[in-house]
Design a protein around this ligand. Structure first.
Ligand SMILES: Cc1cc2nc3c(=O)[nH]c(=O)nc-3n(C[C@H](O)[C@H](O)[C@H](O)COP(=O)(O)OP(=O)(O)OC[C@H]3O[C@@H](n4cnc5c(N)ncnc54)[C@H](O)[C@@H]3O)c2cc1C
Ligand code: FES
Length: 350
């Protein structure tokens, strides 16, 4: 990913009529009336496959609450791709995201981003945020699931003498543990933070099928407001444990939707009308992925059914909601393509 140089932007002025906003955008790339943008100010390698990217957003950006996320767009092979990333910086600070390299967009961000590059942005959102009233907290995280919680810790621990936070974080090895040194320094400096690392390569996974592991690390876990973020296995197990032993004081942030609950239908031929493209769609693959594989520039965001950025009018046919198995669809209905698969022949206005 490369940011346009001033020269290429000036050359573009000579070829296309521009609005006053566009001219301002020439001088400062974060100014654009069409799309909120940010300029990358720093890229910091955190672990072998993870980097933190700091950016200066345009004037329409609104400050994030600790734990919120934003949609970030990057151009990959000429196609703008959007994904959601938690903002790992403390509330009130310039935004940062911390990205693990696992695929198309994260790989581009981690390996291809440098200061001066332009990111496309949407405003921060999400309610995985600190409680309104101060409370003892338990944070249960694994891998990149630490990122929203790190924002909360950075916001709360240095600023409030009454902070009481226990973090239990799983990573494969010490070298894979995000923010390890910073967390150690914070825990040394502030008695309100206790950090327990679980290194799964040597210690095995935290067992949440019974309360024993939690009780050993955090005996008063039932009294704390709990937050969990990480892979589906950890979150499902935490949900089951809290449900069975501690009531409902657990907030969960998922980075991926569980699309296996739905009963996969037969699939069918999909027509992307505006793009004049057709493709075969299996009954268990989101239409968003079918569109992208077919080279169709379909809108997307969280890719898990929460942001509605992918809403696309259905022209004909029906779809399966992969989260529930429900088959639905009337002509004109707006379909969330990231969680819907074809249930027979389908035509979409994209
Ligand atoms: C609210 C929210 C906050 C998020 N915050 C962060 C964050 O702070 N840091 C971060 O690194 N990511 C975060 N994510 C995940 C991020 O949005 C992308 O899903 C992730 O970077 C993968 O995108 P990709 O294009 O690189 O992978 P793709 O090319 O889309 O997928 C590559 C492969 O990885 C699988 N995959 C996709 N997403 C995930 C996932 N989350 N976990 C495991 N496998 C996956 C796909 O099924 C596919 O097999 C967040 C997601 C949400 C919804
Ligand atoms: S991309 Fe967010 S709901 Fe589909």
């Amino acid at each position: 990913m490369a940011g346009p140089t001033l020269l290429t932007r000036i050359a573009s002025v000579l070829l296309h009529p521009l609005t006053p906003e566009d001219v301002l955008g020439l001088l400062d790339p974060v100014r654009s009336s069409r799309q909120l943008r940010g300029v990358v100010t720093a890229v910091t390698r955190e672990t072998a496959g993870t980097a933190t990217i700091a950016f200066r957003p345009g004037p329409d950006w609104t400050a994030h609450d600790a734990g919120q996320w934003a949609r970030i767009g990057v151009d990959v092979d000429g196609v703008r791709q959007w994904r959601s990333y938690s903002l790992s910086a403390p509330a009130g600070a310039d935004p940062e995201i911390t990205v693990s390299d696992i695929g198309v967009v994260s790989g581009t961000l981690v390996r291809g981003t440098k200061p001066g590059d332009v990111l496309f942005l949407d405003l921060p959102e999400g309610d995985f945020t600190l409680p309104e009233e101060p409370r003892p907290l338990l944070m249960l995280t694994a891998g990149s699931g630490l990122t929203p919680v790190m924002s909360m810790i950075r916001t709360l621990v240095p600023r409030r003498a009454d902070a009481d936070v226990v973090l239990i974080h799983s990573s494969r090895t010490p070298e894979d543990a995000l923010f390890r040194e910073e967390l150690a320094e914070l825990a040394d400096q502030f008695p309100g933070l206790t950090v327990h690392h679980r290194y799964t390569a040597t210690d095995g996974r935290l067992d949440l099928t019974t309360p024993a592991d939690l009780e050993a690390l955090c005996p008063d876990w039932r009294e704390r407001a709990a937050y969990a973020c990480g892979p589906a296995g950890l979150l499902d197990a935490a949900e089951a444990l809290w449900c069975a032993h501690a009531g409902e004081d657990l907030r969960i942030e998922r980075f991926r939707a569980d699309l296996t609950a739905g009963v996969a239908g037969a699939g069918g031929r999909v027509t992307f009308e505006h793009s004049d493209v057709e493709a075969d769609a299996p009954g268990d693959v989101p239409l968003l992925e079918v569109a992208e594989d077919a080279g169709v520039a379909a809108p997307s965001g969280c890719r898990m059914g929460i942001c509605h950025a992918c809403l696309t009018p259905l022209r004909s046919g029906q779809v399966t909601d992969l989260r529930t198995g429900e088959v639905h669809g009337d002509p004109g209905e707006l379909i969330q393509t990231c969680v819907s698969a074809a249930a027979g022949p389908v035509s979409l206005a994209v």
